[in-house]
Write a protein that binds this ligand. Structure first.
Ligand code: ZN
Length: 365
């Protein structure tokens, strides 16, 4: 069988973002009482968005190579590229933090001396991924980047995010690569509030987001948040209960995303690919087969409307096993691997057990 090619973008400078947690700050959501106890224990807040995430993905992909995957790296994003989605005052502030350690936001967003370099590389590699698919250098692309981006708003760092990588990449495609309509799919477990905010009134970007419903962080992404002005109807939120798994996701993607994409007719498809909806991670209940199915639906949308032009940008995913295996599962589908059928959890096992026991209670031989 023919394998498709996938350019995977990565740069070691993104490992330099390492907000160590010896800073005298505990996120405000830790209650005063709990904080007092933790301080008494000499507690160190551990920062879950750490360099080990990318190291684990990279080493798993090297140990389990996939034919058709080629590693690349792109240059850091420029000020002008970032200024398409962030304000000048915010960018000046962020850039002034180069070489420093600081907390930016009570929602656990911090920087270490090399964080700004890492963040510019993350956005730059997201842009490079988009350029490589638009220019036809590969069938699809995956930017393995950090810090993640989808919580970053035009003027604010939030939830581990400094620069909104997927938004920078989408804006670059529209400004410089001749794209007119970009579909962004955000399947991270958390709502992509930053991406929604940036394209809220923009009819050239259709933003589709599945996430664990409020009050789960960041608390936005209700059904009735649909965009405004010219952008009304171009934001689609699908808040889901924590129990939602493969079958629910397949239904949402087939019954909401596919018709929306048919109506919108994108000329580029981007994914904010978080792996925290995996059942062993933060919220929601996807398995690796579920990730394969939604990847395949997204790939079919890209094939139908825009010659397969599809680029994924890493967002969250904090359980190192489900993160690295999840990326691998997605890349298998992107390169042309098989797509499984998904079932409600346990149904296949129940059917096999029923088959095993059936003869015991039957007179038929
Ligand atoms: Zn997330």
């Amino acid at each position: 069988m023919d394998r498709s090619t996938v350019n995977v973008f990565f740069d070691e400078v993104m490992l330099g973002h390492n907000p160590e947690v010896d800073l005298p700050f505990l996120p405000s959501r830790v209650e005063k009482r709990v904080r007092a106890v933790l301080e008494g224990l000499d507690f160190k807040w551990s920062y879950p968005e750490h360099p080990g995430r990318l190291i684990e993905i990279k080493s798993y992909l090297e140990e389990h190579p996939i034919e058709g995957v080629h590693f690349k790296s792109g240059p850091p994003a420029t000020y002008d590229q970032l200024a398409r989605v962030h304000t000048a005052s915010y960018l000046d502030y962020i850039l002034s933090l180069k070489g420093k350690r600081a907390w930016l936001d009570k929602d656990t967003t911090a920087v270490s001396p090399d964080s700004i370099t890492a963040a510019l590389s993350a956005s730059g590699n997201a842009i490079a991924a988009v350029e490589s698919v638009v220019k036809g250098e590969c069938d699809s692309a995956f930017a393995l980047v950090r810090p993640p981006g989808h919580h970053a708003e035009p003027v604010r760092a939030r939830g581990f995010c400094l620069i909104n990588n997927v938004a920078v990449a989408a804006s670059h495609a529209i400004a410089k690569l001749g794209c007119e309509k970009v579909l962004i799919i955000d399947w991270d477990a958390h709502h992509g509030n930053g991406t929604q905010d940036i394209f809220w009134a923009d009819p050239n970007v259709l933003f589709f987001d599945t996430h664990c419903a409020a009050p789960f962080y960041p608390g936005s992404g209700d059904l009735d948040e649909v965009g405004e002005g010219l952008g009304e109807g171009y934001t689609i939120n699908v808040p889901l209960p924590e129990t939602a798994g493969d079958v629910a996701f397949e239904k949402v993607f087939r019954e909401i995303l596919v018709p929306a994409a048919d109506h919108f007719e994108p000329d580029l498809v981007l994914v904010s690919a978080g792996f925290d909806p995996h059942r062993n991670d933060m919220a929601l209940n996807l398995t690796f087969d579920g990730f394969k199915v939604i990847t395949s639906i997204v790939q079919d949308i890209a094939k139908k409307h825009c010659d397969g032009k599809l680029a994924l940008v890493l967002e969250g995913g904090y359980n190192l096993t489900s993160l690295s295996h999840g990326v691998h599962a997605v890349l298998e589908v992107l390169t042309g691997g098989e797509v499984p059928e998904v079932f409600e959890m346990g149904v296949k096992d129940a059917a096999a057990a029923a088959e095993f026991h059936r003869s015991a209670f039957s007179d038929d031989e």
